[in-house]
Design a protein around this ligand. Sequence first.
Ligand code: GTP
Length: 365
Amino acid sequence: MQSTEPSEALEAILLVGGQGTRLRPLTLHTPKPLLPTAGVPFLAHQLAKAHAYGVRRIVFATSYRAAMFAEAFGDGSAFGLEIVYMTEESPLGTGGAIRNAAEALTCPPDAPVLVLNGDILSGHDISAQVALHRSRGAAVTLHLTEVDDPTRFGCVPTTPDGRVTAFLEKTPTPVTNRINAGCYVFQRSVIDSIPAGEVVSVERETFPGLIEAGELVLGYADGSYWLDVGTPAAFVQGSADLVQGRLTSSALPGTAGECLLLDGAMVSPEAKVTGGTVVGARATVEAGASVRGSVLADDCVVAAGAVVVDSVVGSGARVASGAVLREVVVGDGALIGAGNELMSGLRIWPGVTLPECSVRFSSDV
Ligand code: GTP
């Protein structure tokens, strides 16, 4: 993951206070950054990466279900980090959260501070981003990535020498396919200039304001692996990519391969489990079942002959015999009765029971 020497000790702020609405019902009880991803809480992958690039002290900007972060990561010593928690009583938006978290930084005003969105998987070289920031004396240096379809994102045009010229809202006719990749290097003094205790968006207010004021906002563009795991489809993709080693992570509990079986998982020798699937602790996949590219949470059951593709099955949920799920999220403890065929983006809320379906459809309907 790392291609240059780690930067000298760097402080970081991790934005983890969002409600993760697009990932409901998975985020009803667990914040998005704590969702089990390739066998560990999502953030474990980001912390491992930040550590590899020289971060030793990290401030979590929390809000939604804040207490769960300290329960999961404590003082950070298990990760070779010092973790400090700064909680907003009501969410302050990305800029307000960064400003609030900065109260816990120890670095001087002229030091660079790494700021990470808590829902991004990225293979980019943080040291190279910091080195560019330092060498050009920028106010902020943003990681930019190129996506095939920029219409779903705001886009970030730059001059040939990397100066960001605008932050453009989503549009059907984007001027570039470069987008904000959610990893920033800020001069600490720039963070300190964000108004305290107010709701502020870095994307809509801070960055456009800096550009307007003639400050140097730089883009660090690269073509490494990048994924925003904010939607169910992206979440299962990210987990499967980590399991298969498309993005290496030292936090992966095991070696990369077709699937990851957690402690006590039981997979019948007559079942097929492929495509980077995670089978959670004590989860069961019975004979004749086929599971591809999916996340099976702890204690769930995929019964004989069921098919689960690119889906999430919540903890303690049961997919009964012969049911078919494609791109579906099944909440914790839900029961999908035999013979049901569920497709494209359907979400089943926790504890819901779908009765057995006696009418069978052909799978190519
Ligand atoms: P959606 O509701 O599905 O859009 O997800 P989200 O709440 O995570 O929002 P979004 O993906 O836009 O947030 C980007 C990053 O900023 C995530 O890591 C969020 O946790 C974080 N974030 C967003 N708003 C806040 C906030 O008000 N406070 C804090 N501390 N973090 C925030």
